[in-house]
Design a protein around this ligand. Structure first.
Ligand code: ADP
Length: 163
C-alpha cells in the first residue's frame, strides 16, 4: 500500500498546497496531511485552526486525513506506518533546502522515500508568507487561497491592518 504523509506548516493552506494534496491523493492509497506544531515559529493560525481548515478543505477527498505532529517528520511517518513523504517543489530556490531535507530523512529512515511533486504553473510563486503579506495590506488574495482561508485571514487581520 502506498501510504504517504504530506508534512508542512500550512499557515495558511494555499491553492499551491491544495494542488499538491489533490494530485498526491490520486496516486497514493492513503494520504495524511501532517500539520507541524513548530515551537520556533509563531503562526498566524493556531494548530487547531489550521487542522480544522484542512479538514474542511479535504472533506470530499476520501483517502485524505489531517493530523498534527511535532518532532521529526520521519518519526511521525513511522509512528503511523507511512512509507512516503510528499513535498512540493516550486522554483529552484526550494530545491537546495528540500534536497537537503530529503537526504537527511533518508539517512534517518532508510525505508521512507521522499517524493517531490512539481508545482502547477499558476502556483509557482505562491507561498503562505506571500499570501499573509498581501492580506495584511488589504490586497486581493482570491486567486491564491480557498475561500474559507481568505475569509479567515481577513478576519484575523481586520484589526491589525496597516493603513
Ligand atoms: P514548511 O514550513 O514545511 O515548508 P509549508 O506549509 O510552507 O511548510 O510547505 C509545505 C510543503 O508544501 C512544502 O513541500 C512546500 O514546498 C510545498 N508548497 C508550498 N507552497 C507550494 C506551491 N505553491 N506549490 C507547490 N508546493 C508548495
Amino acid at each position: 500500500m502506498k501510504f504517504a504523509i504530506y508534512p508542512g506548516s500550512f499557515d495558511p493552506t494555499t491553492n499551491g498546497h491544495m494542488d499538491i494534496i489533490l494530485r498526491a491523493a490520486r496516486f497514493v492509497d492513503r494520504l495524511v496531511v501532517g500539520v507541524l506544531e513548530n515551537p520556533y515559529k509563531t503562526p498566524v493560525f493556531t494548530t487547531e485552526e489550521r487542522v480544522e481548515q484542512l479538514k474542511q478543505l479535504t472533506s470530499d477527498i476520501p483517502n485524505v486525513e489531517v493530523m498534527t505532529f511535532n518532532g521529526l517528520t520521519v518519526d511521525f511517518a513511522r509512528s503511523i506506518g507511512a512509507n512516503l513523504i510528499i513535498r512540493g517543489l516550486r522554483a529552484v530556490t526550494d530545491f537546495e533546502y528540500e534536497f537537503q531535507m530529503a537526504l537527511t530523512n533518508r539517512n534517518l529512515a532508510n525505508e521512507i522515500e521522499t517524493l517531490f511533486i512539481p508545482t502547477s504553473a499558476h502556483c509557482l510563486y505562491l507561498s503562505s508568507s506571500v499570501v499573509k503579506e498581501i492580506a495584511l495590506f488589504g490586497g486581493n488574495i482570491d486567486d491564491k487561497v480557498p475561500v474559507i482561508i481568505r475569509d479567515a485571514l481577513q478576519a484575523k487581520y481586520k484589526d491589525r491592518r496597516i493603513k
